[in-house]
Design a protein around this ligand. Sequence first.
Ligand SMILES: *Cc1c(COP(=O)(O)O)cnc(C)c1O
Length: 415
Amino acid sequence: MTALSAKLETLAIDGGAPVRKTLLPYGRPSLDDADIQAVVEVLKSDWLTTGPKVGEFEECFAEFVGARYAVSFSSGTAALHGAAFAAGLGPGDEAITAPLTFCATANCVLYQGATPVFADVSPDTLNLDPAKVSAKLSSRTKAIIAVDYAGHPASLDELAELTASRGALLIEDACHALGAKYSGQRVGGIADMTVFSFHPVKHLTTGEGGMVATNNARLAETMRRFRNHGISSEARERQESGQWFYEMVLLGYNYRLTDIACALGLSQLEKLAPNLARRREIAEQYTEELRDLPILTPTVRDDVEAAWHLYPIRLRLELLNAERADIFRALRAENIGVNVHYIPVHQHPYYRELFQSSESYPVSEDAYKRLISLPMFHAMTPQDVDDVIHAVRKVLGHYETKGKRLRLLESRQAK
Ligand SMILES: *Cc1c(COP(=O)(O)O)cnc(C)c1O
């Protein structure tokens, strides 16, 4: 399809035929027969929870991400809470994080009675800007919680230097970034603690589930207790050693991941490599075939391998005669399940009320007005990918301001 004929199509929102007959979601898990069989075997076993699959999954996961330890949790949010607890966050302490994230990243600081302090993101990757973080460091800073936005690792070296200078810990919210690499190393063994989620939209699913990877034995032990009521030994160890005695040594929660979930996780882990490769392929095709449109496609910095949980484009609104909301609606009408990641955390009513702050984070706020996440999951067919590209070209072609676009082309040719 040429650019010109694409422009002549009537948008579905204006009564034209949609690009697809059925909605393509922005993310979708894939489960195969081996996954189902793995779960069925656990259902027939003696251990539905606190059994052997938990340790097995944790070991295989730690090995995959290149960390010494991995501690499973009932969700990514519970895992963040565990990491915040192990970092020693409490009342009076601060943790610096990005506004452009899912609210759970900041909520885990509040769970501990500590204060989340926001620092703005860099315009290219939309990850925490180390210079902005540096300006927010104080004697109360106990942790930096970096988010690997869309699956692109944050500036881990620069942030680790900042935490080291303060005796603080670097927690990496890598819920988007399982399998991503930074300086040739998988995320998981780099930050003090790296947090993952196994929600169905993520790379690997256990229904609900999460994990914290760390190289620090003390942090791992603290998190194991925290996720199990603060008890110092686990049920199976007690049964195996024929003991009834246990001690609760800290105030923990029941944040355990079941054997049912861990069996699914183990089975899913085997398919992670082709999953990541397929996501990279889709991202490359999007970038190649959308780059002449009035949008910014995601940047990948040198020395990084992104895991592509999301493919967020940013609209160049100055070249379009529509707002993000119009373009979002038009794409949904074409049956493309676009989404927006994220409403900046400080703009949510709860946070506005809590902080009563007028501080702004211009890069995050500007990005939020422009962001649209295109469908991205490894089971997308070539036709699915083509449909997304077709719909984005159709809709943006319609809303493009022709005169400005011509001038843009001219200025490009002049370079
Ligand atoms: C998914 C996600 C979480 C929370 O994970 P759950 O498993 O849904 O609790 C936290 N942070 C980020 C950035 C996420 O994308």
